[in-house]
Design a protein around this ligand. Structure first.
Ligand code: URA
Length: 210
């Protein structure tokens, strides 16, 4: 399982995450830190993207220079908290397309129900990163990935700020082919399925709705 999970333990990520976790960190600083961390996570998650070489001219000479083979990636945000990861990622991936998927949990069946889905056409062209800050039970991530897989993306990765061991296990069972990138694997879930020690409700913290 561990090969499948990448914990980005860079000192800048870990420092910023600790400030973000603090309960007295308000929405404005929370969003700024999330932008910084998501850019740093994007840097790691794109580390093995395929490269190609093209001949360019510098002011001094010609050279065979490395370029991304396919700079047009697709980011898919799981609403609403996933949107908090987009700006930071788009700083590094300005040519990325952005899709959105909205899911809620049916209170009777506990199954994920889709209420919104908008992604670019021709997903087979895109290396795709699905983003949600919290991998808690893993159910919404797994449902979102199921749905996006039906559009046959070129490749798929999942990125979150925090993961629980339970969420990692569930996502790995459902989608063993999808690698997970996170800033931390926390202790676990409490009785309300919040990640502990965690950050609380990610959407509420970023939008000031608690
Ligand atoms: N979603 C959140 O926003 N926080 C958690 O801890 C778990 C799920």
């Amino acid at each position: 399982m561990t090969n499948h999970v990448h914990v980005v333990d860079h000192p800048l990520v870990q420092h910023k995450l600790s400030v973000l976790r603090k309960k007295e960190t308000g929405p404005s600083l929370f969003r700024d830190l999330l932008n910084d961390i998501s850019a740093l996570l994007a840097y790691e998650i794109t580390r093995d993207l395929p490269m190609t070489t093209r001949t360019i001219e510098t002011p001094l000479t010609t050279m065979d220079a490395p370029f991304l083979e396919n700079p047009e990636m697709c980011l898919v945000s799981i609403l609403r908290a996933g949107n908090g990861l987009l700006d930071g990622m788009l700083q590094l991936l300005p040519d990325a397309r952005v899709g959105h998927i909205g899911l809620y949990r049916d209170p009777k069946t506990f199954r994920s129900v889709e209420y919104y889905f908008k992604i670019p056409p021709n997903m087979e062209n895109y290396d795709t990163i699905v983003v949600d800050p919290m991998l808690a039970t893993g159910h919404s991530a797994a449902s979102a990935i199921d749905r996006i897989k039906s559009t046959k993306p070129k490749s798929m990765r999942f990125m979150c700020l925090l993961a629980s061991p339970e969420g990692i296990e569930y996502l790995h069972e459902e989608h063993p082919d999808v690698p997970i990138y996170t800033a931390s694997i926390d202790e676990g879930l409490n009785e309300k399925k919040y990640i502990v020690p965690g950050i609380g409700d990610a959407g509420d913290r970023m939008f000031g709705t608690q």
